[in-house]
Write a protein that binds this ligand. Structure first.
Ligand code: HEM
Length: 347
């Protein structure tokens, strides 16, 4: 039998221990040691539609179109945050108009939630990324509830959503919005809301808990879903491309500051209308480009990518979103034939 010197045996034992610890670490991260723990993998899997995910596409908000433009800061935001993007001036933006669906080919008139992702770049390379949606509140209070809602939506039990709504009374406000809010024929007419709260830090080092919204300059015109359906499956992309080609489209960015005691960790809860509001700048969409090989395709609009002067709050969503977006990004960018690489790729 091969005799190993004592020192070599110790080395092998040490390697085995290190590998063992690393394996336990991986197993923990993957959630194998705690099957009830919510992981990014579970969240992303639960988003998949019955026919499977749209390969090469985002695992949620899968249908969208890129744009480039400018954020013009008025300077007013500097009162709340030392973020470089609030210093009076113009900053380049890469953005994406999108639909809240995991189906890349969903007809536009069938999707209730519309979204907007933006990345604003400061001259020193820092970025402010944000992904906002048009409802004024989120349907659920925690990432775990979001997972339960996705499971209920995908369930074969016809009463699953009813049961979920019964167990989560806070879901009703979103349900009412979905049933009664007017529909519009263009992304240019939508207001987009951060819903999650974040912390802005001012020059004195004082924290301000905030949410923000983009208010459209275009006057919204209400239209019924039946009329929308007649416009074709992809009217939103066509209309925004036409509209921006005719004239740049603008939104005012308004930051709302929480009062002490406002619910900052729960995006189902709106803050009272009389909270302090600051107009910090204007977003202008200047050029619309196809998503397939456009500049937004390779960006993950991770809401935790924030410049100095901003950080996440006690709202649990941004961290959960960050991990799920990274998972989705890894999946879609690895789906080679469905995700053609071009010279424009990059982030
Ligand atoms: C735990 C809750 C959530 C999960 C698991 C989730 C999941 C996802 C995933 C996987 C993507 C695709 C990311 C990519 O591949 O780049 C995505 C995109 C998006 N999400 Fe969420 N999301 C959550 C909450 C929210 C909330 C609260 C908002 C808005 C307030 C939001 C707005 C958006 C928007 C606008 C996009 C599209 C961004 C883009 O154009 O790339 N999501 N989400």
């Amino acid at each position: 039998m091969l005799e190993l010197p004592r020192g070599a045996l110790w080395s092998l034992a040490l390697i085995a221990i290190v590998i063992g610890i690393a394996s336990v670490g991986f197993a923990y991260t993957a959630g194998w040691l705690s099957p009830d723990r919510l992981t990014p993998g579970k969240l992303v899997a639960a988003l998949a539609p019955p026919g499977g995910p749209s390969l090469g596409h985002r695992r949620n908000h899968a249908k969208g179109i890129c744009f480039t433009g400018i954020f013009e800061a008025k300077g007013a935001g500097s009162e709340l945050s030392v973020a470089p993007v609030f210093v009076r001036g113009q900053y380049p933006v890469i953005g994406r108009f999108n639909l809240g669906t995991a189906e890349a080919n969903a007809p536009d008139a069938t999707v209730r939630v519309r979204g907007l992702g933006i990345s604003i770049s400061a001259p020193d390379g820092q970025e402010w990324r944000s992904a906002m949606i048009d409802p004024p509140m989120f349907p659920v209070a925690t990432p775990q509830d979001f997972y339960e809602l996705l499971r209920a939506s995908g369930s074969k039990d016809p009463n699953a959503i009813k049961t979920f709504a019964g167990d989560h009374p806070e879901f009703a406000a979103f349900g009412d919005w979905a049933k009664t809010a007017p529909w519009h024929r263009s992304y240019a007419e939508e207001q987009f809301n951060s819903l999650n709260s974040f912390v802005f830090i001012d020059k004195a080092g004082t924290d301000h808990v905030v949410r923000w919204s983009l208010l459209p300059a275009a006057q919204p015109v209400d239209i019924s879903p039946d009329e929308l359906a007649k416009l074709g499956a992809d009217f939103l992309e066509q209309k925004i491309a036409q509209r921006v080609a005719n004239a740049p489209q603008r939104w005012t960015m308004v930051v709302t500051v929480a009062d002490p005691g406002d619910p900052t960790a729960d995006p189902t809860k709106r803050w009272p209308d009389d909270r302090r509001k600051l107009e910090v700048g204007t977003l202008t969409a200047e050029r619309v480009e196809a998503e397939r090989d456009g500049p937004c395709r390779d960006i993950n609009f991770d809401p935790t990518v924030l410049p100095s002067g901003m950080r996440t709050s006690d709202d649990p969503f941004p961290a959960a979103r960050s991990a799920a977006y990274a998972k989705s990004y890894d999946l879609r960018t690895a789906e080679g034939p469905d995700y053609p690489r071009t010279a424009t790729g990059g982030k």
